[in-house]
Design a protein around this ligand. Structure first.
Ligand SMILES: CC(C)(COP(=O)(O)OP(=O)(O)OC[C@H]1O[C@@H](n2cnc3c(N)ncnc32)[C@H](O)[C@@H]1OP(=O)(O)O)[C@@H](O)C(=O)NCCC(=O)NCCS
Length: 316
């Protein structure tokens, strides 16, 4: 859920971070309003920055300017609050937002997009209180979480009944020869392909999500790649955002096409590779990327992560 290789994280610091834990203070967990979106984004940026430092991950500001990260983050929080007000919560103390939890449901498929508590007030039950609110947003019968490596996160999700699927993430510099050679048959897509993308998602994940795909194309600046009627990928120049195929050969083709259209020699990430996504491993290794352990994918109400499918940290 922390996006990709935690790529939402920055060196941003929230202006109102409490200096010391105030565990005894009164915490109000309430629905997120439109007016909370900026404060919720501040909490997420501060929280993930601290998380990255604790886990030895580099800052992402050299990959994407802070302003652009903030713009995309606020637009994502605002989008999901608009589609799922019942899944969007904040924790507040003394008038300051100190945590957020955001989940959404598409055709009874629940996804936790974000759960974060400011570092100064962590480990005091706020994360659990927020998660509990998001879990009753429904109706849903299956769900996934792309989890961070924070031990408290996995403890919370496992305690809520989710199964844990270990993950590798691929990242590194692309070999120059991968550029500009998309597999034959893969074409650029657009909003006119929403129905096809929805059909693929339903066949593989059991749920379509046209509102999210529209947001990623129109607002988030993703490109869409389509292989026949069988697979699609949403990508940015530095990463796969999501990729789903009716079968592995088609999923491999859209993954290769996304890599081929990335800048030559540039950095690239493919996240959330559970053992269900063996099909993707030879392609990312051949492209020059390295595999590193990452936070797990958590599932509930399904036998394992949907496959072949590379999920998005924030959009499932
Ligand atoms: C993960 C996070 C949301 C949890 O929220 P929190 O308010 O800190 O955690 P809580 O106090 O609710 O405790 C959660 C669980 O961790 C346990 N816990 C608390 N402190 C702990 C610690 N220092 N070490 C290990 N476990 C701990 C709690 O006992 C609880 O488990 P339980 O339900 O089995 O009793 C929060 O720590 C955070 O924002 N982390 C950084 C961002 C992140 O990784 N977010 C999750 C993205 S998937």
């Amino acid at each position: 859920m922390v996006h990709g290789l935690e790529t939402e994280c920055t060196i941003w610091h929230h202006r109102d971070v409490p200096a010391t834990p105030t565990h005894s203070a009164e915490t109000d967990v309430r629905p997120m309003t439109e007016g909370d979106v900026t404060a919720a984004a501040d909490v997420w940026l501060t929280t993930t920055d601290d998380y990255r430092l604790r886990h030895g991950f580099p800052s992402t500001t050299d990959q994407e300017p802070l302003d652009e990260q903030r713009r995309r983050l606020e637009s994502r929080i605002g989008h999901l609050r608009a589609t799922d007000p019942g899944g969007s919560w904040v924790a507040e103390r003394g008038g300051t937002v100190i945590g957020l939890g955001q989940a959404f449901v598409r055709e009874k498929y629940w996804v936790l997009s974000m759960l974060g508590v400011l570092p100064a007030v962590q480990s005091a039950g706020v994360g659990k209180a927020l998660l509990d609110r998001t879990l009753v947003h429904g109706p849903w019968d299956r769900g996934t979480i792309q989890a961070s490596r924070d031990a408290r996160a996995v403890r919370l999700y496992s305690g809520a009944g989710f199964d844990t699927h270990p993950v590798l993430a691929a990242h590194g510099s692309l070999r120059p020869e991968t550029h500009g050679q998309p597999p034959p048959g893969v074409r650029p897509g657009g909003l006119e392909d929403l129905e096809l993308v929805g059909d693929i998602d339903r066949a593989v994940r059991g749920a379509a999500r046209p509102q999210d795909v529209t947001h990623l194309l129109k607002i988030d600046g993703c490109s869409l790649l389509i292989d026949g009627d069988d697979a699609y990928a949403l990508a940015r120049p530095d990463r796969i955002v999501m990729a789903t195929g009716r079968h592995e050969a088609a999923a491999i083709r859209v993954l290769r096409a996304a890599i081929a259209s990335a800048p030559p020699g540039g950095r690239f990430e493919v996240g959330w590779l559970t053992s269900a996504q063996q099909w993707a491993i030879p392609t990312v290794l051949a492209a020059g990327l390295d595999l590193v352990p990452h936070g797990p994918v958590m599932t509930l109400g399904m036998t394992g992560p949907p496959a072949p499918a590379i999920p998005s940290g924030g959009y499932g």
